[in-house]
Design a protein. Sequence first.
Length: 529
Amino acid sequence: MGIRKLPIGIQDFEDLRQNGYLYVDKTAFVYKLVTEGKPYFLSRPRRFGKSLLLSTLEAYFLGKKELFKGLKIYEEEEKSENPWQVYPVLTFSLAAGEFTTPDGLRKALSYCLKKFEEKYELKQKDDWDLPVRFKENLMEATNKTGKKVVVLVDEYDNPLLKNLGVNEEQAEANRTLYKAFFAVLKDQDAYLRFVFFTGVTKFSKVSIFSDLNQLKDVTLNKSFDAICGITQEELESNFKPEIEKMAEENGMTGEECLSELKKMYDGYHFCMNSPDIYNPFSLLRAFDENKFGSYWFSTGTPTFLINRLNEINFSPRNFIETVKISESQINDYRPENPDPIPLLYQSGYLTIKDWNLRQLSYKLGFPNNEVKYGFLDALAPGYLHIEDKPAPFNIDLLDDAVEEGDCEGIRKWFTALFAILPYTAGKETETVIEQNFQNVIYISLLVLGKYVRTEVHQSLGRTDCIIETPEYVYIFEFKRDGSAKETLEQIEAQVYAKPYEADSRKIFKIGVNFSSETKNIAEWEVAEH
């Protein structure tokens, strides 16, 4: 078999099908959507195939039958009473555009309306009020074609996210424009065949989720859990040649390759009892390069997220296990909400790990290693100010010390780092100092890819931090303005090393005392086991 064409970055269904790209068949979901309902909303992380899904819907409603031959929808449609009906389709593509300027969103919406007017030879309305123009186009197109209009809105929230934390005045202006514009859809059922919105987030105060409350949100709907992304079954049935080649290139067996792919790119869940979903963009890039790289995270630094977390002094240790959230919160992001968890979930940095059906609540955590280490790496500069450090603070030196069992090297690296980290004075200085101290140690080790756990519950107490490598286990206990000896005694008294008694690895028990006055490590004592 020759090299197959992988649809990396291909978001046009017609292009994909006509030019021989590999396609994972999602048309059973499309058929369910178009035959069982009318107005929908779907939230999924970026680079998860939302634009391709909308393009598929567009091709279906335009009656492009030939593109669907061999796919699941084809057989179902052929059995219907009136197959392959053609409808006027009005698409709003908002995935790209200059939305930080006063007229950016207005121009984008006007451009989409103009294309629709030209395609269906409607009256040109360039100087009309946008909502009125939108409403008139729906009525005129329906009357002219005899068919109701299909409205598809791709990445509706992009004009809002572009301004989040950067230009709140423009963000509010864009929200106001949306409120008037999309409210048109509320009472236009007589002219609408189908409506579908996609986005990364669900902004609760944008009109489509208040005024336009008839939209069916299928984001957490079990029937559509795998509408975007790739399941394990789809991976193994569609990508066997790519898996075999990648395994060969990396000196692995097929099973080892599948295991590594799962750790790196799998793990997304979009409802209770959802199958594991792979990130499609990262998976395709990995097959294309035959390398387990960090692809999804590198396509866009979440600046607004990182800034928000830094503003509230958010501890990355919160994510080491899981965080709990109710169903009403998980899908309802408000810009003024200080809690970043809903946005982190909707953006794909956290996913559902467990749920409580009685409480209608979820536990969230990192979906996979690509996201975990990419996200922590993005957080690191805010805590470590790495870009400001001279060569001796290369984090690889810390990595060497941890891997070589060099406790003194670890101490020297952190002591030197703390000596030049900035601290902010104020009423909460002591609390901030203690939190920064533990966060710096934790995040420094995590970005190295080490297995790190904090506040580990054991029978007699809770260990502050445990680091594991193939050859060593480091058990840390921290104190502020106490003594390292006391912390070491606590490790012994609470028998924190007991779970590792039968372990062949060398164990280091490390007591650390941090000084509020010097804002650095004051004492460091090590006992080997």
